[in-house]
Design a protein around this ligand. Sequence first.
Ligand code: GDP
Length: 530
Amino acid sequence: MSLESEIKKRRTFAIISHPDAGKTTLTEKFLLYGGAINLAGSVKGKKTAKHAVSDWMEIEKERGISVTSSVLQFNYEGYCINILDTPGHEDFSEDTYRTLMAADSAVMVIDASKGVEKQTIKLFKVCVMRHIPIFTFINKMDREANDPFELLDEIESVLGISTCPINWPIGCGKEFKGVYDRKEKNVSLFKAAMNGQKEVDTEIVDASDEAVFKDRIGDAFYDKLQEDIELLDGASAEFDQEMVSAGDLTPVFFGSALTNFGVQTFLEHFLSMTTSPLPRKSDQGIIDPFTEDFSAFVFKIQANMNKAHRDRIAFMRICSGKFEAGMEANHVQGGKKIRLSQPQQMMAEERHIVDEAYAGDIIGVFDPGIFSIGDTICKSNKKFAFEGIPTFAPEHFARVRQLDTMKRKQFIKGINQIAQEGAIQIFQEFNTGMEEIIVGVVGVLQFEVLEYRLKNEYGVDIRLEPLPYEHIRWIENPEEIDVNRIVGTSDMKKIKDLKGNPLLVFANSWSVNMVLERNEGLKLSEFGRN
Ligand code: GDP
């Protein structure tokens, strides 16, 4: 196959949701259609379903923590699909955000009885910042659900994106009849077959045949559907591919991942509405994915995959050309030529060595400790660097002290290395130096990771003293204002990052607005520049 057709068939996306909305279940159903697994849910016992196929390494289970997000690749109808898993639950971390930097589009799973939830909002913001297409799957229609119009309203008002329902539910819960396809004007009837463990054939009924249709769903549901359709045609946004591509309009689908209803339709529409890997910005202009020369950027660094060694795996998203195992390429930030060894990829539930990969794919390569998040690797001798990955707002802060003051050196080395991998962010008091270290994390579990790793890898015991701050803002225009003169609130604190950039942390969200009001000209951002 030519380079062009290999790249053309690729689709790389992330699934975002709040824990328990059904992301794992939906992912499994996708894999089922791709033939990557035979019986969805059979990979692991039911209890561990949450940590089923998309889980990564034994070591994480031993430690009882999961610090990674994984990638699953499978083929479906001539497409090569890469799904980036974004860990939720307690293991929500900056990695979850960074993973979105490697995706070309996102699928947002919403629990129909819960609507838009907290973690979805956070992840959604990152997608919006990148202007990537976002597809909505409203899940669990086989259970009692909120009114579909209310769900759409909520998506529009809370997330600020227009919605375009591609299909529409008829009833829900025990009375869930199926979904109406607005374009095809037919109805897929709901049949919960085999507990959703096998692919099901969906029965499709032509909605224009009133008698047959009424007979199948009953008069009341028929009338309600006619009403809904009229209302929808009058009120909702029309489908507009350009708006979808720009991330301004989200196509909405209703279904039930568990019973495998509406998953295939969703997948097919999704594939046709998304594109192959898109060009990416670099400091030397736009990089075309179809150019021969391999290029990639590092979006995640995973430490200690192998307990016996202190090695790391750098995960990179390929942005152009073809990757071949053992190839030499320029590590732009390091200023050196390097050989990319031990390339790995996730294929369904197994990690394996790859010989080649293409733009759109994610590979993990052995990292002897040279890579940082955001680094560019390119084959071309005309070196360029991809746009950096922003720093995402930590939500938990703690002061860190090492218990044995004799181990200062190891402590500083360890904490810096862990920060370089992107597991934590380090800050300092605004007016003093490195003697006081403040650590910020996105998920509290990262504190445990820090403690564990400093002890195990660097032999340093630490004490963490939690700080009450929950909101952080980077000052966007420090050159325009006098940071020393910022009028704060009682729950605000000035800190700086390792590069000396000033930041503000707040215990309460309302203080953010108050500080903006009190300081004319001050610009604050939730994302840090790199
Ligand atoms: P995740 O945390 O988003 O990955 O959610 P999971 O896929 O693990 O699902 C959370 C729970 O919801 C599990 O018990 C699933 O079996 C259940 N679930 C997922 N999809 C559906 C659905 O369509 N209908 C029903 N009734 N339950 C579902």
